[in-house]
Design a protein around this ligand. Structure first.
Ligand SMILES: Cc1cc2nc3c(=O)[nH]c(=O)nc-3n(C[C@H](O)[C@H](O)[C@H](O)COP(=O)(O)OP(=O)(O)OC[C@H]3O[C@@H](n4cnc5c(N)ncnc54)[C@H](O)[C@@H]3O)c2cc1C
Length: 390
């Protein structure tokens, strides 16, 4: 049966779901808080099952066109001296498929593919939700009212709808601030080589997307409140990297002036139930595993596919479809999050001794060990890959 589905949040998860559900014949309305399509963000690595689902959606060729070459990773100290030079071939030797792409590039590929098939309303949010029997009455922030059979909440990590209606959900703060984005600028770096500066309580990566654009990502240990951080992001960025060489300082200044920057703190979402009546959480809004898992984008696409799979399987029983989706996703969420928590322990050196230990570990490890350290594979079981629940 054709359903009216409102998707709140048109990011990677929301737009993937919009595409898959529109293909099933449902009427889709996407509502997004951003005033327009947002191209911001650093790099995401789409792996194994994420690539497979994009392939099924017919998008892999477009993804490859938008992706940039990835040949080497240079791990540097804060002076810019090399700690370790690693080739991507070595790093990805245990990975079946992997595509490195800017977050905006991935979002753009999905957006271009879906924008003519579904209605997308920018600059609005959900102000109120009321379930009345099988229908959800939705009121938007501009007062507009709509009814839906299903509301999909894919608003990302800081979903306000989750906070309001999924009262058992929890957001764990990792006290790690990240600022990522892109800067149009001629630069001296070799395209395809990512440069990462390791340091105490901070990390900076510079990735030349092409000869006239770099992607920049900083991680900074911070216990500050996210609202304060947003208002002081530029000063914080300047202060944190003020001792770095002039090349880095120039990039930071240009990034502040001209860059397309995304600022947030790393957080993990734990929602013991992804379903509340006819409202369902999808992507980071429901099970953000943090960037530390390396699987956030792949998992959000997988969730979209799982949701559309169960809706197609029981078209006349929404409650069963949503229950199955929740049942499938909970163990996967726990596994990915546990892995990310483990990674958090060693991600950024917390003091000088840690930094020295980490540097020497990295310097002396074999290629095989480096690959293992960087691509601790998170594999889904055959049943999970096929959305089978026993
Ligand atoms: C602009 C941007 C840049 C990013 N950059 C990075 C990065 O550099 N590195 C990284 O690791 N991750 C980044 N992320 C997060 C990353 O995209 C996600 O971790 C992952 O891809 C999961 O996707 P998602 O669709 O669940 O969430 P997201 O990709 O975060 O998408 C959420 C969408 O919901 C919209 N939204 C938010 N609140 C509301 C609301 N109340 N009502 C309606 N719409 C709402 C947002 O505008 C966005 O379009 C970024 C996210 C965004 C939005």
């Amino acid at each position: 049966m054709r359903k009216r589905i409102i998707i709140s949040g048109g990011g990677i998860a929301g737009l993937s779901a919009a595409k898959l559900l529109a293909e099933q014949g449902h009427e889709i309305v996407v509502v997004d808080k951003a005033s327009q399509f947002n191209n911001a963000g650093f790099l995401v690595s789409l792996k194994s099952f994420g690539v497979r689902i994009m392939e099924e959606m017919g998008l892999v060729d477009n993804l490859i066109k938008e992706s940039t070459s990835s040949e080497f990773m240079h791990w540097l100290d804060s002076n810019g001296d090399m700690i370790r030079d690693v080739s991507y071939k070595t790093v990805n030797q245990n990975t079946s498929q992997s595509i490195l792409i800017t977050r905006g590039g991935l979002h753009h590929v999905i957006y271009e593919h879906v924008k003519h098939d579904v209605k997308i309303i920018f600059g609005k949010t959900i102000a109120d939700l009321q379930q009345d029997g099988k229908i959800v009455h939705v009121k938007l922030s501009d007062g507009q009212e709509m009814d839906a059979d299903l509301v999909v909440v894919s608003e990302g990590l800081r979903s306000s709808t989750r906070t309001k209606y999924f009262t058992e959900s929890r957001l764990e703060d990792f006290n790690l601030l990240y600022m990522g984005g892109r800067l149009k600028e001629k630069h001296p770096y070799k395209v395809g080589t990512i440069r990462t500066y390791l340091d105490v309580n901070k990390m900076l990566s510079v990735y030349p997307v092409n000869n006239e654009e770099v992607a920049i990502q900083c991680y900074i240990y911070s216990t500050g409140d996210i609202a304060d951080i947003h208002s002081n992001a530029n000063q914080l960025l300047r202060k944190t990297f003020k001792n770095y060489n002039s090349e880095v300082q120039h990039l930071i200044e240009e990034f502040i002036k001209e860059g397309l920057m995304f600022v947030d703190k790393m957080g993990m979402v734990e929602a013991p139930n992804l379903v509340e009546g006819n409202v369902v959480l999808l992507g980071d809004a429901g099970y953000c595993p943090t960037a530390l898992s390396g699987m956030g984008a792949s998992l959000s696409i997988y969730g979209a596919k799982a949701l559309s799979h169960f809706l197609a399987q029981s078209p006349d029983n929404l409650a069963i479809s949503l229950d199955r989706y929740n049942e499938l996703m909970q163990p996967i969420r726990k596994k990915f999050q546990e892995n990310a928590r483990n990674n958090a322990k060693s991600f950024i050196p917390k003091n000088e001794a840690d930094l020295i230990r980490f540097g020497s570990l990295f310097k002396n490890a074999s290629d095989e060990e480096v690959s293992k350290m960087m691509t601790e594979q998170l594999i889904l079981t055959e049943d999970q890959l096929n959305f089978t629940i026993k």
